[in-house]
Design a binder for this molecule. Structure first.
Ligand code: HEC
Length: 168
């Protein structure tokens, strides 16, 4: 087969596959999130930029190799509206779950219980879900000060704080 043919037709095939991805949200990394902005709260600042409002970068381990080489933030994978979805990294797709307060703290019909503030902190820093299962290694493990972590989970729990259990 002539190389030109393969190029043209594989290109088409790829485009068709991508377009037929229907309603999956396709978000190319590092293009949609404005990391230079100042966000209204420290929790939001961390979610969108990976830095706190004093400008310190939040450190993480793990995540996909691409995430290890680039500074990344929650919103890059979990979405601007915390809606989750499929994200395209060079050479592979990952699916990040939604982080809306309903998704985190509402009743779950999937494999784990609703989060509490403390189990949410553990998921972010240690990659463990409320059932004690390890999250996939594509979710980085984050290291930040206790007060930054408080601000981040408060932001994620916004609107539901009254109903979220404050145990431990
Ligand atoms: C490189 C992409 C990426 C980044 C950046 C990222 N995550 Fe994730 N996250 C994931 C993936 C993928 C999963 C799903 C892991 C699994 O299925 O086990 C996940 C899972 C989670 C979960 C568990 C949700 C559930 O339903 O159990 C929480 C909570 C979470 N991430 C919070 C965060 C927060 C907060 C940040 C920023 C500090 C962040 N993530 C940054 C990819 C990412």
């Amino acid at each position: 087969m002539p190389r030109q043919f393969i190029k043209q037709h594989c290109g088409w095939l790829l485009t068709t596959l991508i377009l037929s991805g229907c309603d999956v949200s396709i978000n190319h990394m590092y293009t949609s999130v404005d990391k230079s902005r100042t966000y209204p709260t420290n929790g939001e600042q961390i979610y969108f930029t990976g830095r706190n409002q004093s400008g310190s970068q939040i450190i993480y381990r793990g995540g996909h190799m691409h995430a290890q080489m680039h500074l990344t933030a929650c919103a890059d994978c979990h979405g601007i509206r915390r809606e989750g979805g499929q994200r395209m990294y060079p050479f592979f797709w990952l699916t990040a779950p939604p982080l809306t307060s309903d998704a985190l703290f509402g009743t779950h019909d999937d494999d784990h219980d609703a989060y509490t503030l403390s189990s949410l902190k553990r998921a972010i820093t240690a990659g463990v879900d409320p059932s004690g299962e390890q999250l996939d290694s594509t979710m980085p493990r984050w290291q930040m000060s206790e007060s930054d972590l408080e601000d981040l989970v408060d932001y994620l729990a916004e609107g539901t704080l009254k109903t979220v259990k404050h145990e431990q």
